[in-house]
Design a binder for this molecule. Structure first.
Ligand SMILES: NC(=O)c1ccc[n+]([C@@H]2O[C@H](COP(=O)([O-])OP(=O)(O)OC[C@H]3O[C@@H](n4cnc5c(N)ncnc54)[C@H](O)[C@@H]3O)[C@@H](O)[C@H]2O)c1
Length: 452
């Protein structure tokens, strides 16, 4: 045996052992994953010029957008930052100034799209702005790392899928749990019948906030409130409607089910292996306070899938809305797959099963394999170079966001709906009521004509 191979094999095994100890994942799976990663690294095409360090623009410089752009800066140059709040834009200029190079600051994302040296967009605007920014970027032939949930409505999702495909841009949805080994393992085991026939998927998302009533206050200096509101109804400025807290208002988002639900329902769908459910019903468990946040902090929904799987999506008040633990003995957020022969539970911290052997026995070589990514942003940049589809591609982003939107429609209507996942329309009783909620009226000038 060649000596250099012996050394690299020894260090490879050491890496497997260290990873197994740190993650609690089964050894066979880590060995497979790390071997796959090494192969992928070797088979990477050389970065073509001028994309050696692609030019990046950050649109939406809040908490998540800034974090995403920080990751993206490992692979490219942040040349531009854009926000309708000057305070956030100024902070981003500071954050992304390196080696004396200062990114340009923009207020209007349409001007960013005109820059030829910007190859890709990292987009972290609130949900109600995702679609117009993504459409403008696709039309300008920029690749996109776009935050979850992909859209505000199902109809918007159809438009974005079309634009991404027509313009042949690379799109990664910010559902980063697809690049997390625990979720990958759980879904691969379920897909291969490790727990027998999958019967039920229980999704737990952290409960939302229940607060209010809120008072309107003067718009803070530097914030363009009209632009921030975009397509949504124009209302007086209320602090709790704006940064970070927009997710608890139906005007801008969908509450817990489009927030954490965008992640966990994506994982449920990965394991179920279908585009969308056939039936959805939902009920409010804890309703909002009048004059406060409008999305219910607690709800329960049931979806039925064509392969006989029942999916229950519930909030848990035992975890805080950001995922932190409130009640240690309570219900954690995560996904539980129940089959005829056992169950698997997975979340960002652990993977467990009804029987240890379900995890620790390796899959056969002819098993169904799911796509592998170990780094969501890295996977995006790999695809920017190779022009392949990232792990959370546009169709997947749309279909997983649609699960949340379907639940929101059922919650707001308080009735059961039949859904045709192929045609993407409601059918049967209540179809007209449901189909009327697939799109929303967009306030001018922030409708589709805004981006030309
Ligand atoms: N992948 C994840 O784990 C994860 C985590 C948190 C948030 N998110 C998603 O990221 C998005 C942003 O969430 P956040 O918590 O960072 O919100 P945030 O309020 O902190 O940031 C949003 C920013 O976008 C700016 N903005 C609004 N409209 C704009 C426009 N038209 N053009 C440019 N900028 C605009 C706001 O002023 C703000 O600075 C949401 O869609 C959220 O669901 C994803």
């Amino acid at each position: 045996m060649n000596k250099s191979f012996q050394i690299s094999r020894r260090s490879f095994l050491a890496r497997c052992t260290a990873t197994a100890a740190a993650t609690g994942l089964p050894w066979w799976f880590i060995q497979e994953q790390l071997a796959g990663a090494a192969e992928a690294e070797i088979s990477q095409p050389k970065r073509p010029s001028p994309n050696d360090r692609p030019g990046i623009a950050l649109v939406g410089c809040g908490g998540q957008g800034s974090g995403d752009a920080r990751n993206a800066a490992n692979y490219g140059e942040v040349l531009a930052v854009c926000d309708v709040d000057q305070t956030h834009a100024d902070a981003a200029v500071k954050r992304f100034t390196t080696d004396g190079k200062t990114p340009a600051k923009y207020h209007d994302f349409r001007r960013v799209m005109e820059r030829k040296d910007v190859h890709l967009i990292v987009q972290g605007t609130p949900d109600h702005w995702h679609t117009l920014v993504n459409l403008a970027a696709a039309k300008a032939k920029k690749d996109i790392y776009g935050e979850k949930p992909l859209t505000l409505t199902i109809d918007e999702g159809k438009q974005v899928v079309k634009a991404v495909r027509q313009n042949q841009v690379v799109f990664q949805t910010g559902t980063q749990q697809r690049s997390d080994t625990r979720f990958h393992l759980a879904c691969e085991l379920v897909r291969n019948g490790r727990i027998g026939k999958l019967q039920q998927v229980n999704v737990f998302v952290p409960a939302g906030l229940r607060e209010g009533p809120f008072a309107s206050v003067p718009v803070p200096e530097g914030l363009d409130w009209d632009y921030w509101q975009g397509q949504t109804p124009n209302v007086d400025y209320v602090k709790q409607r704006c940064h970070t807290m927009f997710r608890w208002w139906f005007d801008y988002s969908g509450g817990p089910v489009t927030d954490w639900g965008a992640h966990h329902n994506d994982i449920a769908r990965w394991a179920i292996g279908l585009d969308g459910p056939m039936e959805v019903e939902a009920k409010v468990v804890t309703g909002p306070i009048p004059g406060g946040y409008t999305t219910p902090s607690e709800f329960e929904a049931t979806l039925n899938w064509a392969n006989g799987v029942r999916q229950v999506v519930k909030t848990t008040p035992d975890d805080g809305w950001g995922g932190w633990v409130i009640n240690e003995k309570g219900q954690r957020n995560g996904v539980k797959f129940e089959g005829t022969d056992g169950w698997i539970w997975v979340n960002r911290d652990e993977i467990t099963a009804s029987d240890k052997e379900l995890l620790h026995t390796a899959l056969p070589t002819n098993a169904v394999r799911l796509e592998v990514s170990h780094n969501h942003m890295g996977n995006f940049f790999d695809c920017v170079r190779s022009r392949k589809d990232p792990i959370s591609n546009i169709e997947g982003g749309h279909r997983s966001a649609s699960v949340g939107h379907l639940i929101v429609i059922a919650l707001r209507s308080g009735r059961k709906f039949q859904w045709d996942p192929e045609k993407e329309i409601f059918t049967g009783d209540g179809a007209a009521e449901g189909n009327a909620q697939l799109a929303r009226e967009m306030r001018k000038p922030y409708d589709y004509s805004f981006i030309g």
